[in-house]
Design a protein around this ligand. Structure first.
Ligand SMILES: [Zn+2]
Length: 310
Protein backbone atom coordinates (compact mmCIF):
# COMPACT_ATOMS: atom_id res chain seq x y z
CA UNK A 1 0.00 0.00 0.00
CA UNK A 2 1.25 3.43 -0.89
CA UNK A 3 0.59 5.98 1.81
CA UNK A 4 -1.41 9.10 1.29
CA UNK A 5 0.66 12.24 1.65
CA UNK A 6 0.23 13.62 5.14
CA UNK A 7 1.77 16.99 4.49
CA UNK A 8 4.45 18.84 2.61
CA UNK A 9 5.91 15.81 0.91
CA UNK A 10 6.98 14.31 4.23
CA UNK A 11 5.99 10.79 3.26
CA UNK A 12 6.06 11.00 -0.52
CA UNK A 13 7.15 7.79 -2.11
CA UNK A 14 7.40 6.03 1.19
CA UNK A 15 6.07 2.48 1.11
CA UNK A 16 4.22 1.53 4.24
CA UNK A 17 5.52 -1.10 6.60
CA UNK A 18 2.90 -2.69 8.85
CA UNK A 19 4.05 -0.62 11.81
CA UNK A 20 3.54 2.47 9.74
CA UNK A 21 -0.07 1.88 8.80
CA UNK A 22 -1.38 4.00 11.64
CA UNK A 23 0.02 7.04 9.87
CA UNK A 24 -2.39 6.74 6.96
CA UNK A 25 -5.04 9.39 6.65
CA UNK A 26 -8.51 8.26 7.54
CA UNK A 27 -10.40 10.98 5.72
CA UNK A 28 -9.80 12.47 2.30
CA UNK A 29 -10.03 16.00 3.66
CA UNK A 30 -7.60 17.33 6.23
CA UNK A 31 -9.59 18.54 9.22
CA UNK A 32 -7.83 20.89 11.65
CA UNK A 33 -8.42 18.34 14.40
CA UNK A 34 -9.11 19.22 18.02
CA UNK A 35 -7.58 22.31 19.57
CA UNK A 36 -5.94 22.86 22.93
CA UNK A 37 -4.83 25.96 24.82
CA UNK A 38 -1.61 25.56 26.76
CA UNK A 39 0.42 28.34 28.30
CA UNK A 40 -1.84 30.97 26.74
CA UNK A 41 -1.49 29.66 23.20
CA UNK A 42 -4.12 27.81 21.21
CA UNK A 43 -3.15 25.12 18.72
CA UNK A 44 -5.11 22.83 16.47
CA UNK A 45 -3.67 19.40 15.79
CA UNK A 46 -2.97 20.43 12.19
CA UNK A 47 -1.31 23.72 13.22
CA UNK A 48 0.99 21.95 15.68
CA UNK A 49 2.01 19.47 12.99
CA UNK A 50 2.65 22.34 10.57
CA UNK A 51 4.72 24.14 13.21
CA UNK A 52 7.01 21.09 13.27
CA UNK A 53 7.39 20.44 9.54
CA UNK A 54 7.51 24.12 8.61
CA UNK A 55 6.66 25.81 5.34
CA UNK A 56 7.52 24.70 1.80
CA UNK A 57 11.25 24.26 1.47
CA UNK A 58 12.01 24.48 5.20
CA UNK A 59 12.82 20.78 5.39
CA UNK A 60 15.53 21.10 2.77
CA UNK A 61 16.97 24.57 3.50
CA UNK A 62 19.96 24.83 5.84
CA UNK A 63 19.59 26.62 9.15
CA UNK A 64 22.85 28.40 10.10
CA UNK A 65 25.01 25.75 11.82
CA UNK A 66 25.87 26.68 15.39
CA UNK A 67 27.08 25.46 18.74
CA UNK A 68 24.23 24.52 21.07
CA UNK A 69 26.15 23.81 24.26
CA UNK A 70 29.35 22.02 25.23
CA UNK A 71 30.27 19.64 22.41
CA UNK A 72 26.80 19.66 20.78
CA UNK A 73 26.26 21.46 17.47
CA UNK A 74 23.25 22.05 15.18
CA UNK A 75 23.79 20.96 11.57
CA UNK A 76 20.20 20.52 10.36
CA UNK A 77 17.70 22.37 8.21
CA UNK A 78 15.08 25.01 9.07
CA UNK A 79 12.58 22.36 10.15
CA UNK A 80 14.53 19.08 10.48
CA UNK A 81 17.06 18.90 13.30
CA UNK A 82 20.41 17.15 12.99
CA UNK A 83 22.96 17.36 15.80
CA UNK A 84 26.68 16.72 15.73
CA UNK A 85 28.29 15.63 18.99
CA UNK A 86 32.02 16.20 18.72
CA UNK A 87 34.49 14.03 20.64
CA UNK A 88 38.26 13.41 20.48
CA UNK A 89 37.50 9.93 19.07
CA UNK A 90 35.30 11.18 16.23
CA UNK A 91 31.76 12.47 16.05
CA UNK A 92 28.21 11.26 16.57
CA UNK A 93 25.49 12.45 14.18
CA UNK A 94 21.91 12.38 15.42
CA UNK A 95 19.47 12.30 12.47
CA UNK A 96 20.45 12.05 8.83
CA UNK A 97 17.13 13.60 7.70
CA UNK A 98 16.41 13.17 3.96
CA UNK A 99 19.04 11.79 1.58
CA UNK A 100 18.84 14.97 -0.46
CA UNK A 101 19.94 16.98 2.59
CA UNK A 102 23.31 15.25 2.81
CA UNK A 103 25.34 17.88 0.89
CA UNK A 104 23.78 20.53 3.13
CA UNK A 105 24.55 18.64 6.37
CA UNK A 106 28.09 17.97 5.18
CA UNK A 107 28.54 21.66 4.40
CA UNK A 108 27.17 22.71 7.81
CA UNK A 109 29.60 20.32 9.54
CA UNK A 110 32.50 21.76 7.53
CA UNK A 111 31.42 25.36 8.23
CA UNK A 112 31.81 24.57 11.93
CA UNK A 113 35.35 23.35 11.26
CA UNK A 114 34.66 19.61 11.53
CA UNK A 115 34.85 16.78 9.01
CA UNK A 116 31.88 14.74 7.80
CA UNK A 117 34.28 11.80 7.39
CA UNK A 118 34.88 11.85 11.18
CA UNK A 119 31.28 10.71 11.77
CA UNK A 120 31.76 7.41 13.64
CA UNK A 121 28.23 6.78 14.92
CA UNK A 122 24.83 7.63 13.44
CA UNK A 123 21.77 7.72 15.72
CA UNK A 124 18.18 8.67 14.98
CA UNK A 125 15.06 10.16 16.54
CA UNK A 126 12.46 7.87 14.97
CA UNK A 127 11.74 5.78 11.89
CA UNK A 128 10.17 8.41 9.66
CA UNK A 129 11.77 9.40 6.39
CA UNK A 130 12.19 13.06 7.30
CA UNK A 131 14.58 12.08 10.11
CA UNK A 132 16.26 8.87 8.97
CA UNK A 133 15.91 8.40 5.21
CA UNK A 134 19.54 9.45 4.76
CA UNK A 135 21.01 6.78 7.07
CA UNK A 136 22.22 4.50 4.25
CA UNK A 137 23.90 7.40 2.49
CA UNK A 138 25.65 8.57 5.69
CA UNK A 139 26.90 5.03 6.18
CA UNK A 140 28.09 4.92 2.58
CA UNK A 141 29.87 8.28 2.83
CA UNK A 142 31.43 7.98 6.30
CA UNK A 143 31.39 4.32 7.35
CA UNK A 144 29.59 5.32 10.56
CA UNK A 145 28.09 2.63 12.76
CA UNK A 146 24.30 2.97 12.57
CA UNK A 147 22.43 2.23 15.81
CA UNK A 148 18.67 2.00 16.22
CA UNK A 149 16.07 1.18 18.87
CA UNK A 150 14.80 -2.41 18.46
CA UNK A 151 11.14 -1.37 18.21
CA UNK A 152 11.93 0.88 15.21
CA UNK A 153 13.93 -1.72 13.30
CA UNK A 154 11.01 -3.08 11.19
CA UNK A 155 10.01 0.43 10.07
CA UNK A 156 13.64 1.37 9.36
CA UNK A 157 14.18 -1.79 7.34
CA UNK A 158 11.21 -0.79 5.19
CA UNK A 159 12.96 2.52 4.43
CA UNK A 160 14.94 1.87 1.26
CA UNK A 161 15.73 5.06 -0.66
CA UNK A 162 16.55 4.08 -4.25
CA UNK A 163 16.53 0.47 -3.12
CA UNK A 164 19.37 0.84 -0.64
CA UNK A 165 18.90 -1.44 2.36
CA UNK A 166 18.75 0.40 5.67
CA UNK A 167 21.96 -0.22 7.60
CA UNK A 168 21.70 -1.26 11.26
CA UNK A 169 24.96 -2.19 12.99
CA UNK A 170 23.73 -2.23 16.56
CA UNK A 171 20.22 -2.79 17.91
CA UNK A 172 19.49 -0.77 21.03
CA UNK A 173 17.07 -1.34 23.87
CA UNK A 174 15.52 1.09 26.33
CA UNK A 175 18.21 2.42 28.67
CA UNK A 176 21.16 1.35 26.52
CA UNK A 177 24.07 3.73 26.30
CA UNK A 178 26.27 4.78 23.39
CA UNK A 179 29.74 6.05 24.26
CA UNK A 180 32.38 7.68 22.07
CA UNK A 181 35.42 9.71 23.12
CA UNK A 182 34.18 10.33 26.66
CA UNK A 183 30.62 11.33 25.72
CA UNK A 184 27.79 8.96 26.64
CA UNK A 185 24.25 9.15 25.33
CA UNK A 186 21.38 7.18 26.87
CA UNK A 187 18.56 5.88 24.66
CA UNK A 188 15.10 6.25 26.20
CA UNK A 189 12.22 4.48 24.48
CA UNK A 190 9.49 7.12 24.12
CA UNK A 191 7.07 5.26 21.83
CA UNK A 192 3.80 6.36 20.26
CA UNK A 193 4.90 8.60 17.41
CA UNK A 194 6.72 5.47 16.17
CA UNK A 195 7.10 2.22 18.05
CA UNK A 196 10.80 2.79 18.69
CA UNK A 197 10.78 6.58 18.94
CA UNK A 198 13.87 7.47 20.95
CA UNK A 199 14.69 10.37 23.25
CA UNK A 200 18.42 10.75 23.76
CA UNK A 201 19.92 12.21 26.93
CA UNK A 202 23.46 13.30 27.60
CA UNK A 203 25.28 15.88 29.67
CA UNK A 204 27.17 18.89 28.39
CA UNK A 205 29.60 21.12 30.21
CA UNK A 206 29.78 24.88 29.81
CA UNK A 207 31.36 27.52 32.05
CA UNK A 208 32.36 24.86 34.57
CA UNK A 209 28.78 23.64 34.96
CA UNK A 210 27.18 20.43 33.74
CA UNK A 211 23.78 20.49 32.10
CA UNK A 212 21.29 17.71 31.31
CA UNK A 213 20.45 17.70 27.62
CA UNK A 214 17.57 15.81 25.95
CA UNK A 215 17.04 15.33 22.23
CA UNK A 216 13.33 14.53 22.15
CA UNK A 217 12.28 11.97 19.50
CA UNK A 218 8.72 13.29 19.26
CA UNK A 219 5.62 13.23 21.43
CA UNK A 220 3.44 14.41 18.54
CA UNK A 221 0.25 12.86 17.18
CA UNK A 222 0.26 13.54 13.44
CA UNK A 223 -3.05 14.40 11.76
CA UNK A 224 -4.91 11.24 10.81
CA UNK A 225 -2.91 9.07 13.19
CA UNK A 226 -5.11 6.37 14.71
CA UNK A 227 -4.86 6.17 18.49
CA UNK A 228 -8.03 4.07 18.82
CA UNK A 229 -8.61 0.73 17.10
CA UNK A 230 -5.33 0.94 15.26
CA UNK A 231 -4.96 -2.43 13.51
CA UNK A 232 -1.16 -2.14 13.41
CA UNK A 233 -0.68 -1.19 17.06
CA UNK A 234 -3.66 -2.23 19.23
CA UNK A 235 -2.24 -0.52 22.34
CA UNK A 236 -1.28 2.66 20.49
CA UNK A 237 -2.57 5.05 23.16
CA UNK A 238 -0.72 3.13 25.90
CA UNK A 239 2.53 3.61 24.00
CA UNK A 240 2.04 7.39 24.13
CA UNK A 241 1.19 7.14 27.84
CA UNK A 242 4.55 5.44 28.37
CA UNK A 243 6.32 8.21 26.45
CA UNK A 244 4.77 10.96 28.58
CA UNK A 245 5.70 9.09 31.75
CA UNK A 246 9.31 8.94 30.57
CA UNK A 247 9.21 12.59 29.44
CA UNK A 248 8.14 13.71 32.91
CA UNK A 249 10.73 11.53 34.63
CA UNK A 250 13.67 13.17 32.86
CA UNK A 251 15.51 16.13 34.32
CA UNK A 252 16.15 18.42 31.37
CA UNK A 253 18.07 21.71 31.37
CA UNK A 254 18.59 21.90 27.61
CA UNK A 255 15.64 20.64 25.56
CA UNK A 256 16.32 19.77 21.92
CA UNK A 257 14.14 17.82 19.49
CA UNK A 258 13.80 16.20 16.08
CA UNK A 259 12.15 19.39 14.78
CA UNK A 260 13.76 22.66 15.92
CA UNK A 261 10.36 24.28 16.57
CA UNK A 262 9.94 21.76 19.43
CA UNK A 263 12.46 23.90 21.34
CA UNK A 264 11.92 27.31 19.70
CA UNK A 265 15.23 27.44 17.85
CA UNK A 266 14.09 30.39 15.76
CA UNK A 267 13.50 32.53 18.87
CA UNK A 268 16.64 31.31 20.66
CA UNK A 269 19.14 31.56 17.81
CA UNK A 270 19.36 35.40 17.71
CA UNK A 271 20.10 35.39 21.48
CA UNK A 272 23.27 33.28 21.13
CA UNK A 273 26.23 35.12 22.64
CA UNK A 274 24.07 37.94 24.07
CA UNK A 275 23.75 36.74 27.65
CA UNK A 276 23.11 33.34 29.17
CA UNK A 277 22.99 30.39 26.75
CA UNK A 278 19.42 30.59 25.37
CA UNK A 279 19.24 26.82 24.96
CA UNK A 280 19.23 26.36 28.75
CA UNK A 281 15.46 26.31 29.12
CA UNK A 282 14.04 23.80 31.62
CA UNK A 283 10.70 25.64 31.69
CA UNK A 284 10.48 25.42 27.89
CA UNK A 285 10.89 21.65 28.10
CA UNK A 286 7.97 21.32 30.52
CA UNK A 287 5.78 23.60 28.38
CA UNK A 288 6.45 21.52 25.28
CA UNK A 289 5.63 18.27 27.11
CA UNK A 290 2.46 19.90 28.48
CA UNK A 291 1.44 20.97 24.98
CA UNK A 292 2.15 17.58 23.40
CA UNK A 293 0.32 15.73 26.16
CA UNK A 294 -2.69 18.06 26.03
CA UNK A 295 -2.93 17.48 22.27
CA UNK A 296 -2.60 13.71 22.70
CA UNK A 297 -5.44 13.71 25.27
CA UNK A 298 -7.64 15.88 23.04
CA UNK A 299 -7.11 13.64 20.00
CA UNK A 300 -7.66 10.51 22.09
CA UNK A 301 -10.91 11.89 23.53
CA UNK A 302 -12.15 12.82 20.05
CA UNK A 303 -11.31 9.41 18.59
CA UNK A 304 -12.84 7.55 21.55
CA UNK A 305 -16.02 9.58 21.14
CA UNK A 306 -16.15 8.82 17.41
CA UNK A 307 -15.64 5.11 18.16
CA UNK A 308 -18.28 5.28 20.94
CA UNK A 309 -15.77 4.12 23.54
CA UNK A 310 -15.93 5.21 27.20
ZN1 LIG B 1 7.82 11.69 12.70
Amino acid sequence: MKLAVVAAGMLVGFVAAPAYAGQARRAPTQSPGPSVTVNGQTWTQQALFQRNVGGPGDMTTAFPPHKVIGNIYYVGTKSLAAFLIVTPAGNILVNSTYERNMPLIQKSIEQLGFKFADTKILLGSHAHGDHQEGDALVKQMTGAQVMAMAEDVPALEAMKPEGKPHPIDRVLHDGDTVTLGGTTLTAHLTPGHTRGCTTWTLTATEGGRTYDVAIVGSFGVNPGFQLVNNPAVPNQADEYERAFKVARSLKVDVPLGSHPSMYNLEQKYPRIGKGPNPFIDPAGYKQEVDLAEAMFRAVLAEQKKAAALP
